[in-house]
Design a protein around this ligand. Sequence first.
Ligand SMILES: NC(=O)C1=CN([C@@H]2O[C@H](COP(=O)(O)OP(=O)(O)OC[C@H]3O[C@@H](n4cnc5c(N)ncnc54)[C@H](OP(=O)(O)O)[C@@H]3O)[C@@H](O)[C@H]2O)C=CC1
Ligand SMILES: O=C(CO)[C@H](O)[C@H](O)COP(=O)(O)O
Length: 474
Amino acid sequence: MEKAEIGLIGLGTMGSNLALNIAEKGHRIAVFNRTPEKTDAFVANAGTLRDRLVPCKSLAELAEAIRPPRPVIIMVLAGQPVDDQIAALRGELAANDIIIDAGNANFHDTVRRFKELEGSGLTFIGMGVSGGEEGARHGPSIMVGGTEASWKRVEKVITAISAKFKGEPCAAWLGPDGAGHFVKTIHNGIEYADMQMIAEIYGVLRDGLGMGPKEIAPVFAGWNKGRLDSYLIEITAKALEADDPKTGRPVVDIILDRAGQKGTGKWSVIEAQQLGIPATAIEAAVAARVLSSLKSEREAAEKAYGKLSVTTFSGARDEVLKDLELALLAGKIAAYAQGFAVMSGASKEFNWNLPMPTIARIWRAGCIIRSQMLDTMAEAFGKGGAEVNLLMAPAFIDMMKQAHPSLRRVVARAAEAGLPVPALSSALAYFDAYRQGRGTSNLIQAQRDFFGAHGFERIDAAGAFHGPWGGTQG
Ligand SMILES: NC(=O)C1=CN([C@@H]2O[C@H](COP(=O)(O)OP(=O)(O)OC[C@H]3O[C@@H](n4cnc5c(N)ncnc54)[C@H](OP(=O)(O)O)[C@@H]3O)[C@@H](O)[C@H]2O)C=CC1
Ligand SMILES: O=C(CO)[C@H](O)[C@H](O)COP(=O)(O)O
């Protein structure tokens, strides 16, 4: 039988679609899944692509089915399952073969796996993939980490299956070992912030303005034609339009207000904290998901405290909607600025030399956070001016100057109405703190010196000083 050019392990949502994408681009692919019935069903339902798929019932069969040197993509749940698959594969592969972990790995695991495979003769690649089911099937955004030489070996197939933005592949080699998975993690952190801010605006429209899903949907659809044009706004409008077949009610009204998470958002926040880079909007979004899961506690608290009955969103509807649109724009810019700043910090810390313009470029299509604004970001990073912080790029200074008054009004009015907008308000506080030449940490310095003799710096002389605190220190 003709050998396959590539192999794939894990025929779940992402793996099955990625395999079909690879097959569609003309590559013969050997596939394996832990549960063999899924492999049979997958191949049986592959239609015209069936002839390019080689179903395998063991890893030995998979290795045998691929022409050496063998590239094998692992697309299983992140964590121990990836280690297990690598361990099992090592016995079946030979020098020069390539293992590509395409799941949402924690980049620390990826770095460890690189070390563990050193000297084995096998090549390892840690590859972040974004785009969900549709993206995997028709073109995801792909973030690759490993040696440049290993990227060259897989570049052709990876760029072929990736999304294209005006003909340019949304796939790139971003740096050594964990670089690709780190960038994917921060992509997801930004995704959390983006989704949370959209949900907060939905909350204002629903609870502050009393609008139903069918009234809110066209608002988002309209915004999707402007500067907020993005995949997440597009699917939000569509989700709000959909009806539940069982009850006939808008489907969002019958979905429980409790969102799960798999780890990438939390890892973004942990890494931001480790690197000492503020990522407040992402932190707020992760915390909001955790709070969402405390459903029964929230219900009890609502009984204990009662609902606020005031609504301060009663002005002219058009003006309020304009404010909400601009608030979302400003919040989104701040969240992206934080995400890029975290990547910049990691790039320095780990000597990755992450290419920010390339990252913005490969996020313009295929991935979940794709948006028109990413094209402007790619331009800003390309031209220079965004290296210190995206908020300092001229195009974004202009946008923020126009949009931050709306963010301010929305956050203030939401606070008065008792509507939680944690990601938007964190974004606003970040922006205000970032643009404040003289802040309030002079007092923090005084306090630290007062209780712990930590010393402080003066505005009028270099060096460390102590305050005249007398004998009252703690
Ligand atoms: N869904 C999405 O939108 C995206 C997901 N990802 C990432 O892609 C990876 C796969 O996700 P997804 O396809 O959604 O997941 P699914 O739950 O749809 O599929 C999981 C796959 O992993 C396999 N698997 C699970 N545990 C083991 C194990 N212990 N040993 C061997 N195989 C195992 C399953 O095999 P079996 O059929 O036998 O259970 C199945 O093939 C994850 O890392 C995920 O975070 C990345 C981008 C987007
Ligand atoms: O990587 C993805 C999208 O880019 C996956 O859909 C991921 O599962 C999203 O994260 P979470 O499940 O924590 O919401």
